[in-house]
Ligand binder design. Structure first.
Ligand SMILES: [Zn+2]
Length: 390
């Protein structure tokens, strides 16, 4: 998951539901010249748990592709409701869950790979395919989620978050781990994909495009002949994706004068991935959320614009704090932009819940400004990074 939910955009379409078999299973054939592609809606549990009804989606979209092998693109979360809905949809299409011969995962988030092992438990002798950079996230699910959570502490510490706030933030994230653990499970991977690989059937196929940012191994699947792109969480109908940001290594980069540990800079990667998609002539995007996207170029530009606007705002915030003579850290920027007028001790749990993704956005924007050669980063004696314009 990890998306920012926005209101419905023009050019997206979650109707018509061409075949509604029951209230629990919705299947569409979104592409007239590719009748083998079925889009299936699977329920999510976090919509019920959300404090803000309607603020998160109630379902995710997966794709069943008829052919040999019978193939699923993404699976939904590991839950009884999701599995039962998938089974109902399969039955309506004349299949059983044990018939799945291949699963292709757009990325290593539990709402995309959660049911793979359940399918195997049903008897499916399937090949599980995921990009090589996301394979560990699937095979070491739970451990890796915890490792990344632990890695949040040194990351946020370096970007200026005080220990007392860090402890509260960590405790809040730890509570969320129980939900994550329940909706995914360790999943073995059979094929590690790379850019340009083909997912093939007898007379057609999809080409793998590596599109990092949301995760390091996120992929898109392209059918150039039909003008189709399966976009996972990279381009969605009603949301923009968060960008991941984590350390890649325990040891510092010897070439970096600031002695930083190498990091996956998700927003820098995401911006590069999105720019690569501009000007494409796809007819349809088939996302993991948001139905069917019928105005692809606009959705791609909207997602890029969403981030460009925020990077610009963070850039302006940096200038403002610098003019006031402040020592500018990512944490000070976050407080100025996202917590105006509220002392941190008075910030409630709702602020802390949002803080994690907001801080990652600030750090990602600083990464982009550094990438654009607009920003100088320095390290204070206490190890914290400060930032100023060139
Ligand atoms: Zn995701």
């Amino acid at each position: 998951m990890s998306q920012v939910w926005t209101r419905k955009r023009a050019g997206t379409d979650s109707t018509p539901r061409s075949k509604s078999f029951s209230t629990a299973a919705v299947v569409r054939n979104p592409v007239s010249n590719r009748p083998q592609i079925h889009q299936i809606e699977l329920p999510l549990s976090w919509a019920e748990e959300s404090k803000l009804p309607g603020s998160v989606p109630e379902w995710t979209e997966v794709y069943l592709i008829d052919g040999d092998p019978l193939t699923l693109i993404d699976t939904g979360v590991c839950s009884a409701a999701s599995r039962a809905t998938l089974e109902t949809a399969f039955e309506a299409l004349g299949h059983g869950l044990a018939d799945v011969g291949r699963v292709v995962l757009t990325h290593a988030h539990r709402d995309h790979f959660g049911l793979v092992e359940s399918l195997r438990a049903c008897g499916a002798e399937l090949e599980c395919c995921v990009h090589e950079a996301d394979a560990e996230g699937v095979e070491r699910f739970s451990d890796l989620v915890r490792d990344r959570l632990d890695g949040m502490k040194p990351l946020f510490r370096e970007f200026g978050v005080p220990e007392s706030v860090l402890a509260r933030l960590y405790a809040a994230r730890l509570r969320g781990l129980a939900v994550e653990d329940a909706e995914g499970e360790r999943t073995s991977v059979d094929r590690r994909l790379v850019e340009g690989d083909r997912i093939e059937w007898k007379d057609w196929g999809l080409t793998v495009m590596h599109s990092p940012g949301h995760t390091s191994g996120h992929i898109l699947l392209e059918d150039a002949e039909a003008g189709l792109l399966f976009t996972g969480d990279q381009i969605m109908g009603q949301a923009v994706p968060h960008a991941e940001n984590f350390y890649l290594d325990e040891t510092v980069d010897p070439k970096d004068p600031l002695r930083r540990r190498p990091r996956f800079r998700g927003l820098v990667e995401m911006r590069r991935s999105l720019r690569r998609l501009r000007g494409r002539r796809d007819k349809l995007l088939l996302p993991g959320y948001g139905g069917v996207i019928r105005r692809p170029d606009r959705s791609i530009r909207d997602t890029l614009l969403y981030y460009d606007v925020r990077i610009h705002r963070i850039d302006r915030g940096l200038r403002h704090l610098a003019v006031m003579g402040q020592d500018v850290t990512a944490y000070e920027l976050w407080k100025a932009l996202f917590l105006p007028g509220i002392p941190i001790d008075g910030a409630g749990d709702e602020h802390l819940e949002a803080m994690h993704s907001q801080l990652l956005l600030v750090i990602g924007a600083l990464d982009c400004l550094e990438e654009d050669d607009l920003l100088v980063t320095e390290r204070r004696p206490d190890g914290v990074f400060t930032h100023h314009h060139r």
